[in-house]
Design a binder for this molecule. Structure first.
Ligand SMILES: [Zn+2]
Length: 658
């Protein structure tokens, strides 16, 4: 982690670092320490966008800057983007009060402006709202932030070192964002006693005397900062020999990465490492270091698989590449000659086939540890093909939400129809309720000393247009796949129902997720995603058989929703539980399985999760457990048949008070 941060500081074009690791590994502490090591930057005093005096941004909104404008030396900045930040905070916003009272289009720069020529740090980057991720990616890719809103149209330079930290247990990163980070490192606490002792010793020393501690390390920190600055200066002169460039290309080809970004990032990282060592040219050692930092997260994979480092495949690729560092033989043959590919005629047959090996080992892993099934506890078999999908009835979350635009539940939205004016200030010009604002300001014009045309407005006059439309929700399916449900026709009906609801969710622009429980435990088959087609494909992975850990399934779903609430707090969840309610596995040995399940359902109600229980109980003897769960969850109860919109007789028994 330290090396990755240092190398990207030496060569910011590497494109930042993603740090993945468990809690309590000082990820954030290390990132924050980085800013103090970076060289300061000269800035124009009159520029809020961080222009470099030597090369001001020609499109700077505060520009054009005259020659000889005052300059100040500023320390390098570390700007933190909080996970819950608004779009305004990230890209800036129009100052509405000044716009209305003074007629000035005053633009307040956001964090993307503040981060220009510095470090932009996102803790829990995996929980960042998709919308902010898009804005962040655009800026990172273009080196500029474009603002088109509220009648403001501008763009400013935004070149920053992106550093993200995340705990993978709380959910993985979207592949688009993953690919955007130059380097990825995994951190974990050391298992070495000596090292742990040293960590604790230093921490205690710091707590006892922070000033003395810092003073004791100052010389070492200054040396480190000087080494970064020296490596930056040396970087331009570092050469990359053809053999090493070929090695990089061969490794990337053998490791099956998408596109060419991996080759570029690896080359830049290898050069940065050579500069860091003080060497004049890139060697095999530099490439080996670079490959380990730049490649593991770029391997082509199923977007939902964990980006785990595949050490062996990487070693294979490096060894493979060692044979290809010399250009193809032949006198005076042009490098782009038509005769022979550089890797020789048998290159294809010797290329490793890591994808095959990987997928088979993963399938094994899923069967053994994914289910945690004790031997002899029922059979495990794939679920039967789903019954044909039907047109699903509309299930909604009660109340009025504020989620992303969609077509499911009632919500305050930016686009819907105006239902009333509120006295809180609008954040965007488009949210201004003009008639109500004028009516609020009009009676006070004389006391404000105003005469003549126009209105004198105060902030308190502004009225906010409250709009109502529909939002998309997070529909989390929790599917009982235990033996009692596994009768072929019933499971086909259940997965047919899930498929129908998935199709419905696609049209209503929901996010979806899928938890199944059976045998020993619960499994998150699909983390919440907007890709509903991917969710439908995941149904293939549903396996059935074994006992019924109903409470475990609900608790797992609750954890998924808790993590998602951090990532996307305004998107309200709808939990759809498909079960016959016949719980047989308790949360811990000795407790009553059904009581555990009812308690888990009550926790969902306490979290204000809207729940629909789909009663899958069949046969002559019915116990009505699903109804008890629905009541405990303050949710609604429906049968599988009642899920169809075309069944006139379908009645939703709402146990929930609106
Ligand atoms: Zn400027």
């Amino acid at each position: 982690m330290r090396l990755a941060l240092l190398l990207t500081s030496v060569h910011p074009a590497i494109g930042g670092v993603l740090v993945r690791g468990e809690k309590g590994t000082a990820k954030s502490t290390v990132v924050r320490a980085l800013a103090t090591l970076l060289p300061g930057r000269a800035s124009l005093v009159d520029c809020r966008f961080g222009c470099d005096p030597a090369a001001p941004d020609p499109g700077c909104p505060d520009g054009p800057h005259p020659a000889g404008a005052p300059v100040a030396e500023r320390p390098s900045r570390l700007v933190e983007l909080p996970v819950g930040a608004t779009e305004d905070r990230l890209i800036g916003s129009l100052d509405l009060e000044r716009a209305l009272s003074e007629g000035v289009r005053a633009y307040q720069p956001g964090l993307l402006a503040a981060a220009h020529r510095g470090v932009l740090y996102v803790d829990e980057v995996n929980l960042l709202h998709d919308h902010l991720v898009d804005l962040l990616l655009d800026a990172a890719a273009m080196g500029r932030s474009h603002v088109e809103r509220d009648g403001v149209s501008l763009s400013h330079a935004s070149v920053f070192l992106l550093v993200g930290t995340m705990n993978p247990e709380e959910g993985e990163l979207r592949p688009q964002l993953l690919d955007r980070f130059g380097l990825t490192v995994d951190v974990s606490a050391s298992r070495e006693v000596e090292l742990r002792v040293e960590v604790v010793r230093r921490r205690l020393a710091f707590e006892a005397d922070p000033v003395g501690f810092a003073a004791g390390w100052r010389a070492e920190e200054e040396a480190l900062a000087e080494r970064i600055a020296a490596a930056r200066e040396r970087l331009g002169a570092v050469t990359l020999p053809d053999t090493e460039l070929r090695r990089i290309a061969a490794v990337c080809a053998a490791f099956e990465v998408d596109g060419m970004r991996a080759d570029l990032v690896t080359a830049r990282t290898a050069a940065a490492h050579a500069a860091w060592r003080g060497a004049p040219e890139v060697t095999e050692e530099d490439v080996r270091v670079a490959v380990r930092l730049a490649l593991p997260h770029r391997r082509r994979r199923d977007p939902f698989d964990e980006p785990e480092l595949d050490e062996r495949a990487l070693d294979d690729a490096l060894n493979q590449a060692a044979e290809q560092v010399e250009p193809p033989e032949g006198p005076d043959e042009p490098p782009d000659g038509p005769d022979e590919p550089p890797d020789g005629p048998d290159g294809g047959s010797t290329a490793p086939r890591p994808t095959d090996g990987r997928s088979s080992s993963q399938d094994e892993g899923r069967d053994t540890n994914g289910q945690g099934e004790p031997s002899g506890d029922g059979s495990s078999r794939p679920a039967p093909a789903p019954a044909p999908p039907f047109r699903a009835r509309l299930l909604t979350v009660p109340g009025v939400g504020e989620g992303a635009p969609g077509r499911r539940s009632r919500a305050r939205t930016e686009q819907g129809r105006v239902v009333r004016a509120a006295t809180d200030n609008p954040h965007r010009a488009a949210d201004l309720h003009l008639p109500a604002t004028v009516l609020a300001a009009a009676p006070h014009q004389r006391e404000r000393g105003h005469a003549g045309p126009g209105l004198r407005l105060h902030r308190g006059d502004l009225r906010h247009a409250v709009r109502e439309g529909r939002e998309g929700n997070l529909v989390l399916f929790v599917v009982d796949a235990s033996g009692s449900m596994a009768a072929r026709r019933r499971m086909a009906a259940v997965s047919g129902a899930v498929l129908s609801l998935l199709k419905d969710a696609y049209q209503r622009r929901d996010k979806v997720g899928l938890v199944s429980f059976r045998a020993g435990g619960a499994e998150l088959l699909l983390p919440p995603t907007s890709s509903v087609p991917a969710a439908a494909a995941r149904l293939d992975r549903l396996r059935t058989g074994g006992r019924t850990p109903l409470a475990g399934g609900l608790l797992r779903a609750r954890r998924v929703l808790a993590a998602e609430r951090l990532r996307d707090p305004r998107r309200r969840p709808l939990l759809v539980l498909l079960t016959d309610g016949r719980a047989t596995v308790p949360v811990r040995a000795g407790s009553d399985p059904l009581r555990d399940a009812v308690r888990a359902a009550a926790l969902l109600a306490a979290d204000q999760v809207a729940t629909v229980v789909v009663d899958c109980e069949a046969g002559p003897v019915r116990l009505g457990m699903a109804g008890r769960l629905a009541a405990a969850a303050s949710g609604a109860l429906v049968t599988v048949g009642e899920l169809s919109a075309d069944r006139v007789a379908g009645v939703v028994h709402a146990a929930r008070a609106a």
